[in-house]
Ligand binder design. Structure first.
Ligand SMILES: Cc1ncc(COP(=O)(O)O)c(C=O)c1O
Length: 409
């Protein structure tokens, strides 16, 4: 008798994560055929020769023998104290270690924090473009993503008036990704204050994904949301994956702030969900204190002659030199999100372009529509490769766009 195909959760059809999707699968096929690819699809520093700083590695080496047991579901007390002190230093705003949850990356905490919040049909205001896990986690926790636009013509900044116009009786949270993946935008204080005022007026939770908080270029600044939110319920997310280049260790944190009694039931819900998964990876947790109290290793990388700074410079110069590309220079984070413009953009489909680039030029990028945008002429690259690699990639991109422009003429 033939076996029945296993069913899957229906709402998975609404979810996508193309950063590791069909294009990445095709890339693997090409690699098994012997092709050498430049893969710019994931912000994974370790794949580009970056190492987690030595003092973080040493912390794990020294404490590995103590990391066998589960920890408390919220994480090691000393790690949470270090996160609390870091938040206080960063924003001049006291947070309490008993309201901090350490997780297996920010990814796990995004899922848990939405699961603790949402009932079927509840809405979450998400940026478009977004980091697509936010959409996926909203959907898989029975919520409905409602997108506010961060348009290229506005420097990818959110428009508080639009955010307010999208609030309904079902809105439960406003999500901000700042500095932003994929656009690199960092949000000014006035914009954040206006969004805080909207959250206060409508009684919705603020969720600030600040995983790129210290990855800033030129004179860009970062304004943490929690100090502006004050007594308003707010969750701030951070971690070791990007600023400390330790993605594989799976370490993130969620800091709850705002009125304790207003958040009591929610905190208990988070605690229960945290307890059900027991705890976060313990060897990774022991690196938190070393990371937050130790040497600043990210600023030199983001400053002139630093690797990320110079690759970003290569990106900006390549887009300026191209007849087919427009770029809003990233103020922070690890990505560029250029637009294809002019004749090359005629009847443009970002997926078809990404596939052509992969098949003909051995370069893997992520189409812009993977980040839940309504337009189809953007793509994302990571700033992690060496500057000369990025320059070469943009020469290849221009070759493909040149052909497209010639065909359109
Ligand atoms: C905006 C944003 N949030 C969260 C994550 C997930 O990070 P983690 O490695 O901590 O799970 C990423 C990873 O790229 C990201 O870009």
């Amino acid at each position: 008798m033939p076996l029945h195909a296993l069913p899957t959760r229906e709402r998975l059809t609404e979810v996508r994560y193309e950063i590791r999707g069909a294009l990445a699968r095709r890339a693997r096929e090409l690699e098994t055929q012997g092709r050498t690819l430049v893969k710019l699809n994931i912000g994974n520093p370790g794949n580009f020769g970056f190492r987690a700083p030595e003092h973080l590695q040493q912390a794990i080496v020294q404490h590995i023998a103590d990391t066998d047991p589960y920890t408390h579901q919220q994480g090691l007390p000393q790690a949470r104290e270090a996160i609390a002190a870091h938040h206080a230093a960063r924003g001049g705003f006291e947070v309490s270690a008993d309201r901090i949850f350490v997780g297996n990356g920010v990814s796990e905490l995004i899922d848990i924090s939405l699961r603790a919040l949402l009932n079927p049909g509840d809405e979450v205001l998400l940026p478009s473009p977004d980091y697509p896990l936010w959409s996926a986690a909203t959907i898989l926790n029975d919520g409905r993503p409602v997108y506010y636009q961060c348009l290229p013509e506005n420097g990818f900044q959110p428009d508080p008036a639009e955010i307010e116009s999208l609030i309904s009786s079902r809105t439960r949270a406003i999500v901000l990704i700042n500095p932003n993946n994929p656009t690199g935008a960092s949000y000014p204080r006035e914009t954040l204050e206006a969004i805080v005022a909207i959250a206060r007026k409508h009684g919705v939770l603020l969720m600030a994904d600040e995983i790129y908080d210290h990855i800033l270029y030129d004179d860009a600044t970062f304004q943490p949301l929690a100090p502006l939110a004050g007594d308003l319920p707010c969750i701030s997310f951070g971690g070791l994956s990007k600023v400390h280049r330790a993605c594989g260790w799976r370490v993130g944190w969620a800091v709850l702030s705002g009125d304790r009694s207003a958040m009591q039931a929610y905190t208990q819900a988070m605690d229960l969900l945290g307890a059900l998964r027991l705890c976060a990876n313990v060897p990774g947790q022991v690196a938190i204190e070393a990371a937050l109290n130790g040497l600043d290793t990210i600023t030199p990388l983001c400053s002139p002659e630093g690797r990320l700074f110079e690759t970003r410079r290569a990106l900006i110069e390549a887009c300026e030199a191209s007849a087919h590309l427009d770029l809003v220079a990233p103020a922070g984070a690890l990505y560029g999100f250029p637009a294809v413009t002019g004749p090359a953009a005629h009847a443009f489909d970002d997926h078809a372009f990404a596939l052509e680039l992969l098949e003909t030029e051995d370069v893997l990028i992520v189409p812009g529509s993977s980040f839940n945008v309504p337009y189809r002429n953007h793509f994302r690259v990571t700033l992690l490769p060496q500057p000369e690699v990025l320059r070469d990639v943009f020469a290849r991109i221009d070759r493909v766009l040149e052909k497209r422009a010639a065909l359109a003429a």
